[in-house]
Design a protein around this ligand. Structure first.
Ligand code: MSP
Length: 512
């Protein structure tokens, strides 16, 4: 069976989950569900990034151990994911034994390849951002006078320490070649160009160990050093699969790493260089999505305006949140989250279009034919056009999913729904019923229900609970068992004459 491996970033435990975290995880879940429906053997990994100076300091400030702080936040994530219908196959913690073994094995591979050497490190460091800055960078960003961080504006500290370095410079040419030879490696295309010019500008060797804090994975055979957070964190994508047993796990390389644009350089430069040095295959694709603002404002810890998933879940079903996040903004671009926009999309696309097509189709089937599908005995050109549109939609959805164009997937499905609603108007089943044209009436109702079924199947990865409700009305039975749902995927014409549908009950009631 063909495998499919999708990952999210592992989230820092020094903040509670917010909109940005659920966005990537929902996107990954939609891909995982879609690929499972397509028959692939999927592995979907998410988790948390627990190490580093920030976590150690936050724990110290509260008078607790770093692991206790991590446990509290892990609990939040682990209870949140089922509420958002996330179907991850595993959850990796960087404090776990399996992860530490993976990081140390990675370190030894890098060392054995001669890619790591010991040196001396001196620089400016921003503790909250966990970022090192050179003097030139601070000067360029006009942050030299106050010695402040160009990202967050808080003071940077001078640091000097013995450190191991990774010879990034040795892999620069290979990385450039790889990016050029694999146009799909980094997406969207604008991000690919950004990375390419960064690498072409020259790579400096990367400091990959620290002696200034202890909350991390110890460097093998040099316990005064801990492995730098990014080497530690990136290795989760392998340790989560059991690396180093085996050295190249079954699902590796990843089909796609979904990340936010802010962590692109780590994923598209450091990670591939590490993998090349360790002689391991590179991921097939890295997709960097954009950032959300909320009601026009940047979310920030200091403003305390981060949008929390619990707040959203109090007001909306998880399905609606999932739909909105992937529909509103083309994946890869920045966007704004607003309650008005959510309600508007819901009412126009889900209540008015999908909900309406379901209600009126099942209502007419029940009113005129006691809810029973009849044979297709009078098929006309207008029907064949609808079938062709549905079938093309299935192919278009697959193609857009391959490139993570979720908004195009949803637009395409909505096109078919609108086509279905037009088809109702054009065929006027009420007039056919009145005229007693049972053959044509049955044919039209059959096409409507079959369209709805295939629309629901394609929407299932986005809105699993709502689509289950919709399919249960079409099948007139309990579909709690996912296997049953899977067996129902298929081409046009699966429903048979004589099939009984249930009465409609609103899946998408209008929101005021
Ligand atoms: N721990 C690192 C990732 C290591 S992956 C090997 C990290 N963690 S994080 O918790 O700070 O951020 C995780 C993700 O949240 C990033 O992909 C980031 O882009 C995303 N977002 C944070 N704020 C966001 C928005 N406002 N909008 C969308 N995504 C945002 O970085």
């Amino acid at each position: 069976m063909q495998t499919y491996y999708v990952t999210t970033p592992i989230y820092y435990v020094n903040d509670e989950p917010h909109l940005g975290h659920i966005y990537t995880t929902i996107a990954a879940d939609v891909l995982a569900r879609h690929q499972r429906l397509s028959g692939k053997d999927v592995f979907f990994l998410t988790g948390v990034d627990e190490h580093g100076q920030k976590v150690q300091q936050a724990a110290e400030a509260r008078g607790i151990e770093p692991i206790e702080l991590a446990n509290q936040v892990v609990e939040r994530y682990q209870s949140l994911w089922p509420e958002l219908e996330i179907t991850n196959d595993d959850f990796i913690r960087t404090s776990s034994k399996r992860h530490k073994l993976g990081v140390q094995a990675m370190w030894r591979r890098l060392e054995n390849a001669g890619a790591i050497y010991k040196g001396f490190y001196e620089d400016w460091y921003c503790v909250p951002c966990e970022t090192y800055w050179t003097e030139t960078q601070l000067k360029d960003a006009e942050c030299w006078e106050g010695r402040v961080c160009p990202d967050c504006g808080r003071p940077v500290e001078r640091v000097q320490e013995e450190s191991y370095f990774l010879r990034l410079s040795a892999y620069q040419e290979r990385l450039i070649e790889h990016i050029k030879a694999h146009p799909d490696f980094i997406a969207p295309a604008s991000r690919r160009n950004e990375v390419l010019s960064f690498v072409e500008g020259g790579l400096n060797d990367l400091s990959v160990s620290r002696t200034t804090f202890s909350w991390g994975v110890p460097v093998p055979n040099d316990e005064g050093h801990v492995v730098y957070v990014w080497i530690d964190a990136l290795t989760n994508y392998l340790s989560g699969l059991g690396f180093p047993n085996p050295e190249v796990p079954a699902y590796w390389p990843a089909d796609v790493h979904l990340i936010g644009k802010d962590i692109l350089r780590f994923h598209a430069v450091f990670w591939p260089c590490m993998l090349m040095a360790a002689d391991l295959p590179l991921p097939k694709r890295i997709f960097a999505h954009g950032w959300w603002t909320v009601e026009g404002e940047k979310m920030s810890k200091s403003k305390g305006n981060a949008l929390r998933p619990a707040t959203l879940l109090e007001q909306f079903d998880a399905d609606i949140i999932r739909y909105f996040l992937l529909r509103e903004v083309p994946f890869g671009q920045d966007g704004d989250f607003s309650l008005d926009a959510l309600k508007q999309r819901y009412n126009s696309e889900l209540a008015n279009d999908v909900g309406n097509l379901l209600n009126r189709s099942l209502a007419m089937l029940n009113k005129y034919r006691d809810g029973v599908l009849g044979p297709v005995s009078d098929e006309q050109e207008i029907d064949r056009e609808l079938i062709a549109d549905v079938q093309k939609m299935q192919r278009d959805v697959d193609a857009s999913m391959e490139v993570q164009a979720f908004h195009l997937v949803l637009e395409r499905i909505n096109d078919v729904v609108r086509h279905g609603n037009r088809y109702v108007e054009e065929n006027a089943p009420w007039a056919l019923a009145k005229a007693g044209d049972v053959e044509r009436l049955d044919t039209v109702l059959y096409h409507l229900v079959e369209t709805l079924r295939l629309v629901a199947v394609q929407l299932t990865p986005f809105m699993p609970a709502k689509m289950q409700q919709m399919l249960e009305q079409i099948y007139n039975r309990d579909l709690a068992d996912e296997a049953l749902l899977l067996s129902k995927v298929g081409g046009w014409g699966l429903l048979q004459a004589g099939h009984q549908c249930s009465k409609p009950s609103p899946v998408f009631p209008r929101m005021e």
